[in-house]
Design a protein around this ligand. Structure first.
Ligand SMILES: [Zn+2]
Ligand SMILES: [Zn+2]
Length: 268
């Protein structure tokens, strides 16, 4: 069956939008304040060491930039593939925006700074605190400096990810010119590259910081292998809530792609 024939069933944009509550907004504001407090304090702590180890600091900064793209893809894949808005803790907070994004791509362009960046700050706060509390004045200081700078760089780019993603959906005349140039140079997520992810049934090119890792991860079958493992051990069907059971079963990389296996899973 071709992807065009898939009978995809999704939640309505209105239903998904109605689950964005003032409580979650308060959580987002708190996360943004904590993220910036911890990250700026870490930058102040690291600054005196940069002059003594410029190359190590630069290598750590670039490592964080690349790892952020992988993190953006992994978190996006998790949220697109498993659970639903009813999943405890992460359902309304993390999964809901991804479900909404597949049925209304332009909703993200109407989100303000808090809604765009709150969730990514929330997942970064524990890492920001860990970096701030890591001592840099002991015998392992080079390793510690590399870890602190690379993690701080990673969470900074993770925080920027949804802004890059938002720009990838915005019309040309709404984006700052410098952003369009960065997209053309593929230093941040280009719109046409990201549209591959928005092709039904939404199962490729999850990385949304720069998108550099999308091709290699697809080539090695990273997401399909991970889905096969999760289905084999937990019996979960990937994308069941995002595109509906029938479409999900049609495209799922089940451990053995046989009709009895699909039948059994659909009954769970
Ligand atoms: Zn998605
Ligand atoms: Zn998108």
């Amino acid at each position: 069956m071709s992807n065009k024939d898939l009978k995809i069933q999704q939640h309505s944009a209105e239903e998904l939008r109605s689950l964005y509550t003032w409580k979650h907004r308060a959580f987002e504001i708190t996360s943004i304040v904590l993220f910036w407090t911890f990250t700026l304090a870490t930058a102040v702590k690291v600054a005196p060491y940069v002059k003594a180890s410029p190359w190590l600091t630069l290598a750590a900064f670039l490592t964080g930039f690349i790892v952020a793209d992988w993190v953006s893809g992994f978190v996006h894949w998790l949220a697109d593939t498993w659970g639903s808005t009813a999943t405890p803790l992460v359902g309304k907070a993390l999964i809901r925006p991804f479900r909404e994004h597949h049925v209304d791509q332009l909703a993200i362009t109407r989100h303000d700074y808090i809604e765009t960046n709150g969730n990514n700050c929330a997942i970064s706060v524990p890492w920001a605190l860990g970096s701030l509390l890591t001592p840099l004045d002991h015998s392992w200081h080079h390793f510690a400096l590399f870890m602190v700078v690379s993690i701080t760089s990673m969470i900074f780019w993770v925080m920027m990810t949804n802004q890059f993603h938002k720009w990838a959906h915005e019309p040309d005349d709404k984006r700052p010119t410098v952003v369009t140039w960065l997209q053309r140079l593929h230093l941040i997520l280009p719109p046409e590259h990201h549209q591959i992810h928005h092709t039904r049934p939404f199962l490729d090119y999850y990385c949304i910081t720069t998108g550099w890792l999308n091709w290699p991860l697809k080539k090695i079958g990273f997401y399909r292998t991970s889905e096969r493992l999760v289905t084999a051990y937990l019996g979960w069907i990937p994308r069941k809530d995002d595109i509906g059971l029938n479409a999900a079963l049609s495209v799922a990389p089940l451990p053995e792609q046989t009709e009895p296996a699909r039948q059994q899973l659909s009954e769970n």
